[in-house]
Design a protein around this ligand. Structure first.
Ligand SMILES: [Zn+2]
Length: 94
């Protein structure tokens, strides 16, 4: 019987990021505050809104100022997936 000496690191896909409102300060909190997405693993982020309200299309505003790692730079919807970055995609082609 072989016992692995080290547990392999689990890569969660998608990475779940929760957005909630602090009940005291009413400030938006993001958990975890920092997260990593692996480009090689084609990881995505799923935004989960934990605010006590009726979820809609404008639940929160997650904005990447310094260039988004995803195809969109802003996410606002509960349970929205960031989507994979597709380097071959042609955006806004009319
Ligand atoms: Zn919501």
């Amino acid at each position: 019987m072989a016992t692995p000496s080290r547990t392999p690191r689990t890569v969660f896909n998608p990475v779940v990021v929760m957005i909630r409102t602090d009940p005291v300060t009413k400030q938006i909190e993001v958990f975890p505050e920092q997260f990593w997405v692996g480009r090689a693993e084609k990881q995505q982020v799923m935004w989960v809104c934990k605010q006590n309200h009726t979820h809609g299309s404008d639940c929160f505003r997650a904005h990447f100022d310094e260039g988004s790692p995803f195809t969109q730079s802003e996410f606002t919807e509960d349970l929205q997936l960031s989507g994979e970055r597709d380097f071959n995609a042609q955006l806004n082609k009319l």
